[in-house]
Design a protein around this ligand. Sequence first.
Ligand SMILES: [Zn+2]
Length: 314
Amino acid sequence: MSPSLLYRAVFPRFSPEARFRPTTTSAAGAALRIRWLGTAGYVLEAAGTTIAIDPFVTRPSLSHLLGPLHPDDVAIAWRLPARLDAVLCGHSHFDHLLDAPRIAARTGALLVGSRSTLAFGRAEGLPAARLVEVPPSGRTLRVGALEVRFVPSLHGRIIFGRVPFSGEVTRPPALPRAWHYRMGGAFGILVRAPGVCLYHNGSADLVDAELAGEHADVLLVGLAGRGSTRAYLARLQRALGPRVIVPTHHDAFFAPLEEGLRLLPGVDLPGFCAEARGLAPLATLVTPAYDEVLAVPADDARGAALLAHTLTTC
Ligand SMILES: [Zn+2]
């Protein structure tokens, strides 16, 4: 069903500039492949290991958000690989977590996240051996060829200067609604693959001290609510020195991905791009479309480019 006229007015369509879309026709030799699922969701593949971060493809409409939320198995089957090694969740709001337990169940993956995230995993029927809890102090673990560090972070204050739906979940109701997905602690996620390191900052805030001594070649930077966080991008840039910057979580997520990319109100993506160019003039700035694969080379991540032909697997 197409979005209504009101939806189209509130969430304007976004057409990224060509200069922020470097393209290539081959990912041969790429150390890391990154596919955007919309919101803060990604599939990453490196050296034979495939993981998902905050995968959310159900995208209930605004009217459906008032009722019980169910993962969309068709959308999941269409957009996620058949096998995954791990599903990582930075926090437990529905736009990060709703689909993650189902995806872990379908793909044989570990589910990694806070105690609240794991409560939803148990409700999905995942066995204890597939649940990896991240305490508030963070955790480092190995997933195949990848080293993953959950970095203690903060959630952006996205609604009237406040974090929505804060708190923990110990046992979700049988038919959870949007507000039952309490935030449950927020983490950035550092992924070290052979030859390239990535940082996923799924919500627009950070704890500078937790990033001391770290580096990331690729920064996936969540934009929703960034205006409430002082010097947000400058602090991430200073801490991590990324060579590739990819804005994320700027898209409206209340219609199927097939409807195309529309912006959340107030994210000012063009303004973000201008700010990124000023702060990191040597970095490559990339604004992918849904499902596009960004191939990152090992030797110099600034050569990252989008595959010209969209792949359905990554
Ligand atoms: Zn959130």
